[in-house]
Design a protein around this ligand. Structure first.
Ligand code: EZ4
Ligand code: CO
Length: 402
């Protein structure tokens, strides 16, 4: 089997997605997600201008050698653009392999390790009462695990909070919007939020919270310690992780489990975090992390150190990435949890798929390959629209982490 053609599709059914389609002489094709929120066109060019010409004529079954060719062969290693492009190629090749062998991708990664994949939802509200209502709504939908975010008194904007009546979508069309931030009110507020959530919903529900890289390690240690009575499933992205050693400080101050890694793109981003047991969950996701070929290695390395997985699953990963994550979650032993933010109806129509959600669990489906398609005619009706993630400023105007 040979790769005969490959093309990049950019579509915006409510938000932008970049999809790689790799075709073979046998009529089998595979899809890979290479969406990088706010930097979509850079990955599209990386693929069209630099990657596709190199893979025409290759045997699509050679996933490991093609991965090494694109990673080592570029000389310029790692980085979100490069790794999202490699990730898309890798996912498309696993999709082709599954279709050619007439089996779902999870069977190629180790086979079924579990009946279903525990998924967590996002609940949010402009204040604690509204957040509690949203938790109740998600519990009714069957979720056993819920991430809770709420507006902070005194701050006009907070990460993760939808405008009233709308679904939360971090990127906005046009140039970057500006958010404001103050650490002290946030640190005072979050323990009150989780005290109320536990009081109303009891001990059974798994609760998660995302700090979105906004704290220093010692601030995160304080928050983790104050949240201990509420037994979180995890505290996510407590601090920026370029300094992996910073997580040692967090670890020394709290038993609240720590999750990080949605912005990582290389196994080396997590190397010290994992081997020093400074984290409990690694949040890398197939498309951004160089595909299933690298993510499987990350999971196997994590398994040695009691680190479990929690793939990033926000709306900026397309259904192709969600499907790949679900096949991975089904097949690896040290799976932890899967993030689930449902896509819009328009997006689901552009990417028909076989994965499902029921009673708090997701299923990858039994279709050969990844089990996702791309309706190119429908996709063409939604042209690319420039969109950016917001930037964030402290109250005195200092630019800070968003
Ligand atoms: O802000 O994916 O856990 N989920 C998240 C996401 C990120 C977006 C950025 O593009 O933190 O909502
Ligand atoms: Co996050």
């Amino acid at each position: 089997m040979k790769i005969t053609r490959a093309s990049v599709n950019i579509t915006s059914p409510g938000r932008n997605f970049v999809t790689l389609k790799i075709e073979t002489g046998e009529g089998i094709y595979g899809l890979g997600d290479s969406t990088l929120n706010g930097r979509e066109l850079a990955v599209a060019s990386y693929l069209s201008d630099h990657v596709i010409p190199c893979i025409i004529g290759r045997d699509p079954f050679e996933t490991e050698d093609i991965w090494q060719y694109l990673y080592r062969g570029a000389y310029w290693r790692r980085g979100p653009v490069t790794m999202a492009a490699i990730g898309a190629v890798d996912l498309a090749l696993w999709d082709i392999k599954g279709k050619a062998l007439n089996t779902p991708v999870y069977n190629l990664l180790g086979g079924k390790c579990r009946e279903g994949v525990l998924a967590y939802a996002h609940a949010n509200g402009k204040d604690i009462d509204h957040a509690l209502e949203d938790v109740a709504r998600h519990r009714e939908m069957g979720y056993k695990a819920i991430r809770v975010q709420s507006g902070i008194p005194g701050l006009a904007t907070t990460y993760g909070i939808a405008r009233s009546g709308e679904k939360y979508e971090p990127a906005e069309r046009g140039l970057p919007s500006e958010c404001e931030w103050a650490t002290e009110p946030y640190l005072r507020h979050v323990p009150k939020l989780f005290a109320r959530v536990r009081q109303v919903f009891g001990e059974e529900l798994h609760l998660l919270h995302d700090c979105h890289h906004r704290l220093t390690p010692i601030e995160a240690g304080r928050l983790g310690k104050e949240l201990e009575p509420f037994h979180l499933f995890w505290l996510e992205d407590p601090a920026p992780a370029e300094l992996q050693q910073g997580f040692k400080v967090i670890r020394e101050h709290t038993t609240t489990p720590i999750a990080v890694g949605e912005v990582f793109n290389s196994i080396w981003d997590a190397h010290d975090l994992i081997r020093n047991q400074w984290i409990d969950y690694i949040r890398m996701t197939p498309s951004h992390a160089g595909g299933l070929t690298q993510l499987k290695k990350v999971a196997d390395f994590g398994a040695l150190y009691h680190v479990r997985t929690g793939c990033h699953g926000a709306t900026d990963m397309s259904p192709v990435c969600m499907a790949a994550a679900l096949h991975f979650d089904t097949a690896i032993h040290n799976f932890g949890i899967q993030e689930r933010v449902p896509h819009s109806e328009e997006t689901d129509a552009v990417f028909p798929h076989h994965y499902t959600f029921k009673d708090g669990l997701m299923l990858a489906g039994e279709a050969p390959g990844l089990g996702v398609d791309l309706d190119e005619a429908l996709a063409a009706k939604y042209p690319y629209q420039r969109a950016y993630l917001p930037i964030n400023r402290k109250l005195d105007g200092t630019l800070t982490d968003w």
